[in-house]
Every structure is written in C-alpha cells, then in structure tokens.
Design a protein around this ligand. Structure first.
Ligand code: GLN
Length: 238
C-alpha cells in the first residue's frame, strides 16, 4: 500500500449497484476501521478513469443496458484489469461476473464482449433465477455457508482458468447445471449473491481484507449485536 489508508474502489455505482451492492464497500471500510486501519471508499463513476492503484475493488449488479455502459467504460479505462494483475482483490456481483468474463449475451440475445478478467461466458437461460441462494464454499479460507439473494437471467459457464466459489445447496447459482455458484480467478471473486453479499457473509469480507493487507489471518471481530441481527434478518438459512 502506498500509504497506510486502505482504499476501496467502488466501481461504477452510477450504473452497477442493484439491491444495495454498494454496501459491500461500506462493509469492507467498516471492518477495516474496527481493526484500526484507516480506510476510505473511492467512487469511480462513468465520469472518471478507473485508477489501478487502489487496494481493492467492488462492483455491483446491473440491468442489461447499464451493464453494457459499464462494460464499455471498463474496456476504455483498463485500470481494474491492471490492479487485478498485481493481485488487488476484486469482488464482482452478478452482472459484474458477466462483464468481467469473455462475453455475455443479453436477454435479447446480443453478444457483448466482456473485459476478459474471468474465464467465463454467460448466456440467457429460459427461466430467470430469482430468490434466496444458499451455498457451501469450495475455496480455501471460507468455512461458513454463503447466502444471498439472486436475480439474473444469465447462466454462467466456467472455463478451465476459473474455479467456482461455492456449491449450491438451495437456489440456482451459475445456472448451467453444474451445481456451482460464482467464479474465482486470481484475486477476483465473482458471485451472483446480492444482499449485500459482504453484510450477509462477513467471512467473505474478511477474506478480501486479509488478501488486500497480505496477512494470513485476521483477528476475528466480536460483534454480538450485529451477529444476532445478521442471523435474524440477513443470513437466512434453511
Ligand atoms: N442483467 C444480468 C442478468 O439478468 C444481471 C442481472 C443482475 O445483475 N441483477 O443476468
């Protein structure tokens, strides 16, 4: 890190950020601050070039047209791609998985080139996947089940370079019949889970933070009141 402030890029909240996905950046900042790290959110809008120097990045979901504007912007200003190449953690929610892939097809069947950070492709499925999703993580560093809310028509197929984030217990996930949810590759973690995902799954937030700080393990945060609220209202299991 250039100085001691951990800088979180909230990428294109003006076009990507359905269901409060911008909250993921707030969760990262709060969990950093509670551990004594200065932290700030840097909003990157369609009026800004995408800086490559930030410590981590989050991107939210979007409808087809907004998703296309975001794709064009991230292609024109490849700061996110460069940041990921040097290992900066990137969280990509829903439409952002699709944008970060090789290509995606919109609901009307048009194929749009993505930015190629994830070895995935996305095609519209017959039925829209809407509702709660509950999964078991399959990547190192996560032990608790992951939960979220999904709403997407695209089904995402993983290529050899990408690995799934989790196995679906309930809900649809990537939606192409392999039983998986999300995609990871290098420092990128993609998931269809809204919620926001990091409020519902603090272990995932801490995985991003530990990677950004380059530490093996973080001290756990003892937040009994938040934990209780999370269990009652957010981390709905079955
Ligand atoms: N437009 C995409 C789809 O329907 C992504 C939706 C979203 O981000 N919620 O698959």
């Amino acid at each position: 890190m250039a100085d001691s402030t951990v800088r979180i890029g909230l990428v294109l909240p003006d076009v990507m950020g359905t269901y409060g996905d911008g909250g993921n950046a707030l969760i990262l900042r709060q969990r950093l601050r509670m551990r004594g790290f200065d932290s700030e959110i840097v909003e990157i809008t369609l009026n800004d070039e995408v800086p490559e120097s930030l410590d981590m990045y989050t991107l939210g979901g979007a409808e087809d047209y907004a998703q296309r504007l975001a794709t064009r912007h991230l292609t024109k200003y490849p700061g996110l791609q460069r940041a990921a190449e040097r290992g900066a953690p990137v969280l990509a929610i829903c439409a952002a998985i699709q944008v970060l892939g090789h290509w995606y097809e919109t609901s009307s069947g048009e194929r749009v080139d993505g930015i190629g950070m994830l070895d995935v492709t996305t095609t519209p499925q017959e039925n829209r996947a809407i509702g709660e999703v509950i999964t078991t993580p399959v990547i190192a560093g996560l032990t608790a089940q992951l939960t979220g809310f999904e709403n997407h028509r695209g089904g995402t197929t993983l290529g050899a370079e990408a690995a799934p984030l989790a196995r679906v217990k309930f809900g649809v996930g990537n939606g192409v019949g392999d039983g998986f949810e999300g995609a990871t590759q290098g420092s990128v973690i993609g998931t269809y889970m809204h919620g926001p995902a990091l409020a519902r799954n603090p272990e995932l937030a801490d995985l991003m933070i530990s990677r950004a700080l380059g530490v093996e393990k973080l001290e756990p945060l003892e937040l009994p009141d938040v934990e209780q609220l999370r269990r009652e209202r957010l981390a709905v299991g079955r």
